[in-house]
Design a protein around this ligand. Structure first.
Ligand SMILES: NC(=O)c1ccc[n+]([C@@H]2O[C@H](COP(=O)([O-])OP(=O)(O)OC[C@H]3O[C@@H](n4cnc5c(N)ncnc54)[C@H](OP(=O)(O)O)[C@@H]3O)[C@@H](O)[C@H]2O)c1
Length: 259
């Protein structure tokens, strides 16, 4: 998993792995079932690539962000800006823009990662604890807030995917540290399991999805693959979501991860 401090140097400039963008879909290609999909945190990284690939295969994509990007505008997704998942105003902008439109899939992708170590947390200022609190706001409460705000738009057969991390797995924590990120992703995993129970009677499936170690700004450009491959695998998992497997914690590769 990611170990170094964040940097905006692209992987290629660091001598890291090269990534190529997924080729455009062949002419005539279309999704098996066209859907309306809402993706949060869509202006860059994995969310951008999800929006690009879903739009390319013919799904209607509602892409939310705090600030749009030219890359996102080019996807052809319908962009809703001003959606900070921690703020009431952001949620209001979201629900106003979506109105009573029916959503088939909600992908809670927005997230942040900061670094807290024992020395940070033992220091004189609140710094490390403030960063932990912020990660809980964005990574744990954000997906729950957005899901609850849009529940009226999801009906029988709907899907809620939460992009979490295996760094939130208690069973998989073999290296410690990353207090805020690990705690926030463990908490959202728990929220996801509760949502799976609570939404089952409404016919809505929930999945906790780890995208893999992906070269984005979050990882300082380091990763085992690029956002194009991560998005391709995540879309496969979302397509395969069912009520029977609702509440499962998946690696994007299809492996079931330990809690
Ligand atoms: N990359 C990996 O290896 C990896 C591994 C495991 C899990 N994940 C998870 O995958 C998801 C996407 O990560 P990424 O790698 O694509 O990271 P990224 O490139 O840093 O993108 C993060 C996205 O989240 C948005 N965001 C951050 N704070 C927000 C807020 N308060 N409200 C709304 N949007 C906010 C960002 O928007 P701004 O541009 O406005 O900041 C950006 O669109 C995250 O949930 C992350 O935890 C990533």
């Amino acid at each position: 998993m990611y170990q170094g401090p964040a940097s905006k140097v692209p992987a290629r400039a660091q001598g890291g792995p090269r990534f190529t963008r997924a080729p455009p879909p062949p002419a005539g290609y279309s999704s098996p079932v066209l859907s309306t999909v809402l993706v949060t945190g869509a202006n860059r990284g994995i969310g951008l690539e999800l929006s690009r690939q879903l739009t390319a295969r013919g799904d209607v994509v509602i892409a939310t962000c705090r600030r749009p990007s030219e890359d996102l505008d080019r996807t052809g997704a319908r962009v809703i800006e001003g959606v900070d998942v921690t703020e009431a105003a952001g949620l209001a902008a979201l629900t106003d823009a979506v109105g009573d439109e029916r959503l088939d899939v909600l992908i809670n992708n927005a997230g942040i990662l900061t670094r807290e170590t024992i020395p940070d947390l033992g220091g004189p200022g609140p710094g490390g604890f403030d960063r932990i609190r912020r990660q809980l706001e964005v990574n744990s409460l954000g997906p729950l807030r957005v899901t609850c705000a849009l529940l009226g738009n999801l009906g029988e057969g709907g899907k809620v995917a939460i992009v979490t991390s295996r760094m939130g797995s208690l069973g998989d924590n073999t290296s410690g540290a990353r207090y805020g990120y690990r705690m926030s992703k463990a908490a959202v995993n728990m929220a996801g399991v509760s949502l799976a129970h609570d939404l089952r009677p409404r016919g809505i499936a929930v999945a906790l999805l780890h995208p893999g170690f992906v070269a984005t700004e979050m990882t300082g450009g380091m990763g085992n693959y690029g956002p194009d491959e991560a998005a391709r695998l995540l879309i496969e998992r979302v397509d395969g979501m069912t009520l029977a497997t609702s509440g499962t914690f998946w690696h994007a590769s299809g492996e079931v991860l330990p809690w």
